[in-house]
Design a protein around this ligand. Structure first.
Ligand SMILES: NC(=O)C1=CN([C@@H]2O[C@H](COP(=O)(O)OP(=O)(O)OC[C@H]3O[C@@H](n4cnc5c(N)ncnc54)[C@H](O)[C@@H]3O)[C@@H](O)[C@H]2O)C=CC1
Ligand SMILES: CC(=O)C(=O)O
Ligand SMILES: [Mg+2]
Length: 438
């Protein structure tokens, strides 16, 4: 198993004497375990129990760390190893909650029969009233067919549900939107389009997620054309928005002119092609790309990109490199050019770790944990829903990218995803541009 994914929690008891936790931390650090959150569970007269999250490289690596902690002696020992992330998913991450509390028979009659019938008639007479008297206009479908779940590949929609639930959590917390996962057991564009069209009246917008290429392109294009609510494939445009913002910030901080830069994209699938198109639309001097799939190469050429022969050639040629292949470790440190900007965006594991790229000479390096479409999609949909926009247009996406740039603290590549300002600023920009375009 790869390192970034391998996070476990150690429940560790130490005698309640200062300095003992330092011994534990040193034992973990010497073995190159990475300590995350530390929670003190109990401070007793004799002993203290802490829950320490650590990231390690493998099951064996974890075992070695546990042995080293137990070998410290002096009453220090590991009580248990738990999988905190898995436990956090027990029962799922989301649930449907009522906004209406029923405390009396009167409440029951208002929320349900007979009172509700009148509201139905109001909407029947004027369907526009559904915007005010139902939650439809604040609800977005998160639709997947499970064919490109993160970089894990075609693992199916049910296995992809934790990602969809995650998107729903982010919609709720960062934008106050109800995100409802919809798992499709078909990837056929005709069937996907027909299914989404049949259910779309329940929603104010459609977020397509982790639908693989090339069928994602046709599905999105057709749904955008046939539905009068905002439709966006997040892996394409949400990612392109956040990548454009990161590239603009990186250029600003390194005094590089984007219009004079040669940019390289490794992996020209859903994310890679959309990133390339957005950077070309924004005016990069030359946009180069590589992919192992000839059809992906043809699509890039059609949109005006230059195709290079290999990843090595791209790394030699380009000032700024972006990777979205889903392949961990694809960029080797010896390929990195001094002063390069490298955004290796594959999740859960990057094509090159930022620390490795920086050590190899990169001026800026980030991965998909930092440069992540979470900075875009909540605010983009908030803005589009607020404006009652019928579609998400290119100017709205560019506005979102510039709002992310404006929300970035000096010296940072992108804002922190927990900074509520970034989502609010994206929403304001998108709403304003949507209203201007009406
Ligand atoms: N940080 C972020 O916000 C985001 C990251 N991603 C990541 O990007 C990756 C790709 O996602 P999608 O574009 O949706 O998938 P996709 O399947 O549409 O595209 C992947 C592309 O990479 C190419 N590829 C794979 N291995 C390659 C290799 N060795 N050399 C050259 N090309 C290669 C494939 O042929 C394909 O065209 C995933 O790991 C995903 O997690 C995607 C969206 C957002
Ligand atoms: C972040 C995201 O959407 C992805 O990795 O697929
Ligand atoms: Mg995705």
């Amino acid at each position: 198993m790869s390192d970034i994914q391998f996070i476990r929690n150690l429940i560790i008891e130490t005698p309640s004497v200062p300095g003992n936790f330092a011994k534990v931390a040193a034992a973990i650090g010497e073995l190159k375990g990475d300590i995350g959150d530390i929670q003190t569970i109990k401070v007793g007269t004799l002993s203290t129990i802490r829950d320490i999250s650590i990231q390690c490289q493998s099951e064996e690596h974890l075992h070695t760390i546990v042995q080293a902690i137990n070998a410290i002696g002096n009453g220090i020992h590991v009580h248990a190893v738990t999988d905190d992330v898995l436990q956090a998913h027990e029962g799922g991450k989301i649930q449907m909650k009522s906004r209406f509390e029923i405390r009396s028979l009167g409440d029951l009659r208002r929320a349900y029969t007979p009172g509700v019938a009148n509201v139905c008639k109001v909407i029947q007479e004027d369907p526009e009233q559904a915007k005010y008297f139902t939650g439809i206009s604040n609800t977005v479908a998160i639709v997947t067919d499970g064919t490109a779940i993160l970089g894990l590949g075609n693992i199916g929609p049910v296995a992809g549900m934790p990602v969809m639930e995650g998107k729903s959590v982010l919609f709720d917390q960062f934008a106050g939107i109800s995100g409802i996962p919809i798992l499709l057991n078909t990837s056929d564009p005709d069937e996907v389009v027909a299914t989404v069209k049949h259910i779309h009246q329940s929603f104010g917008g459609i977020l397509l997620e982790d639908i693989g290429s090339p069928h994602c392109f046709e599905i999105e294009e057709r749904l955008k054309a046939e539905l009068d609510i905002p439709v966006m494939h997040d892996d394409q445009h949400g990612t392109a928005v956040v990548t454009l913002a990161s590239v603009l910030n990186a250029c600003k901080q390194t005094d590089v002119e984007l219009s004079q830069s040669v940019v390289g994209q490794i992996g020209l699938g859903a994310a890679g092609l959309a990133i390339s198109r957005m950077l070309m639309a924004y005016g990069v001097k030359e946009m180069c790309g590589v992919d192992r799939n000839p059809d992906a190469i043809e699509r890039m050429k059609k949109h005006g990109g230059t195709i290079l022969n290999s990843i090595e050639e791209l790394m030699e040629t380009c000032d700024i490199v972006i990777a979205t292949t889903g392949v961990e470790g694809l960029i080797k440190p010896e390929m990195v050019r001094e002063g390069q900007i490298i955004l290796a965006l594959s999740n859960p594991n990057a094509e090159i770790k930022p620390e490795v790229a920086l050590k190899a000479g990169a001026a800026y390096a980030a991965d998909g944990r930092q440069v992540n479409n979470v900075l875009g999609f909540p605010g983009i949909f908030r803005g589009a829903l607020n404006a009652q926009a019928k579609e998400i247009t290119y100017p709205m996406l560019i506005g979102a990218a510039l709002a992310i740039v404006d929300s970035t603290k000096p010296g940072d590549l992108v804002p922190h995803p927990l900074d509520p300002n970034v989502h609010a600023n994206v929403a304001i920009a998108v709403e304003r541009i949507a209203n201007e375009g009406k």
